[in-house]
Design a binder for this molecule. Structure first.
Ligand code: HPA
Ligand code: ZN
Length: 338
């Protein structure tokens, strides 16, 4: 389809990125450099070989490539360098607010201390803030691990509670519904943490998981969640409550048969707070501005619709109202200058 949107507009428009896994920003060059640094044989020696190993067509085949790659993340500097590289890309993509997922269990399960992970990532957050990027971390539970492991992970992280603002839920959704983690989410809320969770695309029981996430677990956002179009009453609920959906069209295009742009646009036009995000940009071919541009090009969206999506992202981000007003002001100034 044709669009009047340029790359300059897609990159320049101030936006929040709300669905971004820091481990999913591990680019082949950094992966190889860290493998070298630690003397780890990852089975590939060149960027091309790493890229050729990215063979996946659904969530589980993606995760089978994704988790083993994390072995190269060993010390605090590695976690710092990974996040710092993302924040630099984020700035180039017009991100003014970044809320970043990380998976502590993917590291603690192979002997890395949780403080190494949190302190490394947080050092990069602190540096990003110092140069004007509003940023925070969201700790995710791996849903294919046990409920006890999630609780233990949260308890181990609570001493560092000032370094992350919320909890999420990711990894393989099959047979791992959100209610499995009710205790961990309840404890997180007791400690004043925000709560979000993945409801991945076209999974077995997606719509039931979305329903429970919204009505029983009190999720404040849905990560992906576009299967909600199957139930009008749930769409009305998220519209009424202003609950954000963090959609990732390029990621969808890799792990399902399409970008789910039709669903995203339908929800946007009905007034749901849908947002565009990159998910795991080192694996899915683009950062957040590429997702904006790709939606515009594939579905013929114009500047106004991208502005709605960017505004949604700032409206459902987890900042205080003064900060939200400042961020929305950046968006208004950008649009006024077009
Ligand atoms: N879904 C589930 N697990 C994940 C994802 C996702 O989009 N990205 C990284 N881990
Ligand atoms: Zn995700």
């Amino acid at each position: 389809m044709t669009t009047t949107v340029t790359r300059e507009f897609a990159c320049g428009i101030p936006k929040a990125e709300l669905h971004l896994h820091l481990e999913g920003t591990l680019e082949p060059d950094l992966k190889l450099a860290l493998a070298n640094k630690h003397g780890i044989d990852i089975g590939q020696k060149t960027i091309e070989e790493v890229q050729a190993s990215y063979q996946f067509n659904d969530l589980s085949s993606f995760l089978a490539v994704y988790y083993p790659a994390m072995n190269v993340l060993q010390d605090e500097d590695d976690f710092h360098d990974l996040a710092a590289a993302y924040f630099e890309r984020a700035r180039q993509n017009g991100v003014v607010r970044a809320e970043c997922f990380f998976d502590p269990q993917a590291h603690t399960s192979r002997g890395v201390a949780i403080e190494t992970v949190i302190n490394g990532y947080y050092r990069a957050v602190d540096e990003a803030r110092a140069i004007g990027l509003s940023a925070d971390l969201i700790l995710c539970f791996l849903r294919d691990m046990s409920a006890e492991s999630a609780l233990e992970t949260l308890k181990a992280a609570l001493p560092y509670k000032d370094k992350f603002i919320g909890v999420g839920l990711d990894s393989d959704e099959r047979d791992n519904p959100p209610e499995k983690f009710a205790d961990a989410f309840a404890l997180a809320k007791e400690h004043g943490l925000r709560v979000t969770m993945h409801c991945d695309i076209d999974q077995v029981g997606s719509i039931d998981n979305i329903r429970r996430a919204l009505t029983e677990l009190g999720t404040e956002r849905l990560d992906h969640g576009t299967n909600i179009v199957e139930d009008d009453s749930l769409v009305e609920l998220v519209i009424d409550k202003g609950i954000g959906l963090t959609c990732c069209p390029m990621s969808n295009g890799f792990v399902t048969e399409d970008m789910k742009g039709t669903e995203i646009i339908d929800l946007m036009r009905r007034g749901a707070k849908v947002t565009l995000n990159s998910d795991d940009p080192a694996y899915f071919g683009g950062y957040v501005a590429d997702n904006y541009l790709s939606m515009a090009e594939h579905y013929g969206l114009g500047q106004e619709e991208l502005a709605t999506l960017a505004r949604n992202s700032l409206e459902v981000s987890w900042v205080d109202e003064d900060e939200r007003a400042r961020l929305l002001g950046l968006l208004d100034d950008f649009l006024a200058a077009q």
